[in-house]
Design a protein around this ligand. Structure first.
Ligand code: NAP
Length: 302
């Protein structure tokens, strides 16, 4: 039996792994994809304290798994399909079963769909959710970015350096992104902002060739080669929805120790209630969850 199983290998999970294993707990991280989390989709990190020169998400996360392994943390590529309470916890994956005294859920969030006609059909054929992964394919081309939050504006800035032109399409007439980012966007020549507009439909045969916008109640056709959607995140809490209390947005409720409503099961990072969805906060959550998971185990074993 492991002391702690951490589900998810993003900043929260890896930080929990570093803290738990360094404090001597026998720790396993289960991550269905490659460790690093959704921050590896970001083109630039410039607000993580101590990182004075901005880095891509991939560069920034590169050594986190190594740091965890250095302290003895095991990291496996397996998707957790079920967690059960059973003399501690039983964790199932398609090929294995693991037992642990405590669990830390750090499953993060995934990008939301905007909901326009053709979005699913053209995903990977001109519709993308990751500028750093796909931006290169649009060198000197025209793209649309959908959304008005920090992600949409930051990625629009990134894409403006690669592409010929970026249409930034937002459903209201005000952005919710940080003022400093808005200022950069307003000062970028090849970003054209279209407020009060939503995408109605994708045009194209095999690949995206354009979009039809609903602009102030009227239809407008735009010729674009790609569409980047950044309209927020959906938390990945399905795995524990029958075990712990969630709030109205399906975020896991926790106390200040990252303890959920089920003793021994902790949550950290973007998946928990009131998360500010920042890497630095996720890393902090991971440390808090790991320290308190160890305290919980020690108390149970007394
Ligand atoms: P977000 O802040 O929730 O913004 C989502 C944007 O998409 C909003 O502008 C929203 O419009 C729009 N939207 C939502 N559903 C839509 C739909 N169906 N069709 C068209 N537009 C739609 O999401 P985010 O930008 O991914 O950011 C998530 C969190 O991470 C935020 O807390 C953000 O501050 C943080 N973040 C921080 C940084 C940073 O500090 N460097 C970078 C990235 C993200 P409305 O405005 O009308 O609601």
């Amino acid at each position: 039996m492991k002391d702690i199983i951490i589900i998810g290998g993003g900043p929260a999970g890896l930080s929990a792994g570093i803290y738990a294993s360094r404090l001597g707990a026998d720790t396993l991280i289960l991550e269905k994809l490659t460790p690093g989390g959704q921050i590896t989709l970001s083109s630039e990190i410039e607000n993580y304290p101590g990182v004075c020169e901005s880095k891509s998400g991939i560069e920034f996360m590169a050594c986190w798994p190594e740091q965890a392994k250095k302290f003895g943390c095991e990291i496996l590529s397996e998707e957790v399909t079920q967690i059960k309470e059973d003399k501690g916890f039983l964790v199932k994956t398609p090929s294995n079963e693991y037992r642990a005294k405590a669990i830390i859920v750090a499953t993060g969030a995934t990008p939301k769909r905007a909901g326009f006609e053709g979005e699913e059909e053209f995903t990977g054929k001109g519709v993308s959710y990751c500028a750093v992964c796909d931006g290169f394919f649009y060198k000197d081309k025209v793209v649309a970015v959908i959304g008005g939050g920090d992600t949409a504006l930051e990625e629009a800035l990134y894409l403006s350096k690669i592409t010929k032109k970026v249409y930034l399409i937002h459903r209201r007439d005000k952005f919710r992104a940080a003022p400093v980012t808005q200022k950069k966007v307003f000062n970028t020549q090849n970003i054209e902002i279209i407020f009060n507009a939503t995408v109605k439909k994708v045009l194209g045969n095999e690949f995206v060739e354009g979009i039809i916008l609903n602009l102030n109640g009227e239809e407008k056709k735009l010729k674009v080669d790609g569409i980047f959607v950044f309209v927020g995140m959906k938390v990945n809490s399905e795995l524990v929805k029958d075990l712990v209390e969630l709030n109205e947005w399906d975020e896991i409720k926790v106390d200040l120790n990252m303890q959920t409503s089920l003793k021994g099961l902790f949550a950290a990072g973007d998946v928990r209630e009131n998360s500010v969805k920042q890497v630095v906060a996720a890393a902090g959550d991971g440390a808090v969850a790991a320290i308190n998971a160890i305290k919980y185990i020690e108390k149970e074993e007394k």
